[in-house]
Design a protein around this ligand. Sequence first.
Ligand SMILES: Nc1ncnc2c1ncn2[C@@H]1O[C@H](COP(=O)(O)OP(=O)(O)OP(=O)(O)O)[C@@H](O)[C@H]1O
Ligand SMILES: [Mg+2]
Length: 749
Amino acid sequence: MSNIYDTLNPEQKKAVLHDKGPLLILAGAGSGKTRVLTHRIAYLIEHRNVNPWNILAITFTNKAAREMRERVDQIVGYGSENIWVSTFHSTCVRILRRFIDRIGYERSFSIYDTDDQKALMREVCKYLQIDTKRMPERSLLSAISKAKDELISPEEFEKRAGGDYNERKYAQVYKEYQKRLKSSNALDFDDLIFKTVELFMNDKEALTYYQNRFRYIMVDEYQDTNTAQFRLIHLLASGVNEFGKKEYNLCVVGDDDQSIYKFRGANIHNILNFEQAFPNTKVIKLEQNYRSSKNILNAANEVIANNTKRKEKSLWTDNEDGDPVNYTLFESDIEEADIITAEIKRTVENNKANYNDFAILYRTNAQSRIFEEKLIQRNIPYKIIGSINFYARKEIKDILAYLKTIDNGLDNIAVKRIINVPRRGIGLTTIDRVNDYALLNDISFYEALTRAYQIPGLERTASKITPFVSMIEGLRSRLQQDSYNLTEIIDDILDATGYLKEFEDLDTEEAKDRIANIDELVNKLVTYVEDTDEPSLSGFLEEVALVSDIDNLDESSDHMVLMTLHSAKGLEFPYVYICGMEEGIFPSYMSIHADNPEEEIEEERRLCYVGITRAKKCLSLSSAKHRMLRGDIMYNKPSRFIHEIPRYLMKVNMPEANMPEINIPATPRYHHSQKNYKPFATAEPKNFAGSNMGSLDYEVGDSVKHIKFGIGTVTNIVMGGKDYEVTVDFPRFGTKKLIASFAKLTRVD
Ligand SMILES: Nc1ncnc2c1ncn2[C@@H]1O[C@H](COP(=O)(O)OP(=O)(O)OP(=O)(O)O)[C@@H](O)[C@H]1O
Ligand SMILES: [Mg+2]
């Protein structure tokens, strides 16, 4: 056996060499779970003669998938291209592209992103005359998403709603939303999993095909799978072998301490009940951490030991003690960003490291802005993961909408997006009329456009619509010619529409930016065409729909990265900064003030554990005494998580005068009971991004109570972007405009 397996420790080796049957690898951070998965794939191919074609590996990001392939290539030297390695969503897209016609969709279906979903939901609410002040679109979408994660269909939802008025409304919305998705031949992200499960439940042939194909299934980050994903894996892994026996050749790796996606429906029972779901499961625990220094690992162990609901684990390392964990209490958020970026620059300039050795992690995306400013000032190359997504830019969405319209005229949202872009004198009234006609005749919006002259009331504007239709048809027929080069399609669209003209005439920086973005999209298309065996427009759109930001993380170039703690899952960096460690920031205000704070704080603590365990060599934590949030200064106390790290593991960088505020224990104290633990007084009642929006329980004219301003009267409520803006007259403080989900107003009767 080649010596690559010699680098594994005995437990890892057991996992890699495990023969058949279900295998659960339950282990702490940095213990080599992902590495074991990769080696196991290589081993199966190299030593068990498993055909790479028969392996399915599900990873959390496309980046992890890419790495897995590279590693297999390094180890085995061939075959990696035939292994099916991808995320849950990509896996489902591939399956559905092949078989979705069996459950009544066309195989060229579109995938709706959040913006498309919102646009569709707006239409649904308008149609059903939903009072979106009481039932905001966002809550409706999140309820639907939650239902889909739990495999609850619109019919089932309706049944469960019973007589409850709100629930019945939700059910009605869900049903209509789903109906419209279907008539647009579109799937939202949650549908990808839901519909694949539906397909497998209804079509034995499709299921058997994949059960026979995927003889070996591996799943990374298993602790964050939701009910629908569990069902999917269970179905796929339940095939029978040549002796008619179920083998369950399923290997999952996970860490219950790193489960951080409860809000997205992750179901921790999937890991806790794995042994019940799959008989004869072999469980392997890995206890040696290879990633972090002793001090960092101990700090992580100390913090997570405060969670009561967990499987006890002892994680140790042979690595050096390393530097103590740094903790700094800054005066302000600005000072925090300033000093951290200066320190990073200094470390790199002293040749101790490269920029790509560094990551700054924070609880919410909003915290990145100040860092970004300082990084620019200091001329430090950086990349923010998860900030304004390239694909969310207007010009990119416009071009993509053109591509979608050409590819699949059924995508109503896409067609409506571009019908008057660039301007063609087609107004909202016309669009409404076409829409009504489409609904009445049960045809797509685009189909209705092709019949513009038959639509009542469109006598005048039909002449503006037909050129649009013939342009799309022209582009479509060009695309179908054999000699057509797909890479030209964007240029052809730009030519046909005159889309760029407006920007070129403007000649502003912003316009130049937009043109550069479109060029970037062309680059993406060219790369896609070059890298793909049978490139197609649908294939390109699919790839675009599935890129998540983390996949753009290019480790080869030398820039540092900034991202949320959630995005950092599975990654590792020599130097990690976790900033904004304050009560009300991390743990979040929402978790502290939740109905079930114990549970929510435990989830935050797991997130903290994920953050700490990303660091290999050097971990720096920081809080600010005050920071600006939504225009207000807030004063937060240092996070309880800082207090959970014993003093002997830390180097505290702050004037001793500040010390009394911080109660850092001087001795190790694993597993202290939650009962004796006194949390700090919570932060000022001001919140920050990431809040949950619910429907309001007050309306104009009601008396409401604000924690700081006291009792006042609501004079106005408007929907402002993502949230309600509530205007309240407070007798003592005057009129205030407040953001509903942050202000936490309560009605007083
Ligand atoms: N036996 C080993 N010998 C040397 N290095 C190892 C060994 N096992 C794992 N490593 C290294 O330890 C680091 C952590 O491994 P890996 O990312 O696979 O851990 P993980 O358990 O998946 O972590 P996480 O829980 O964060 O996803 C990697 O750099 C990996 O190469
Ligand atoms: Mg991992």
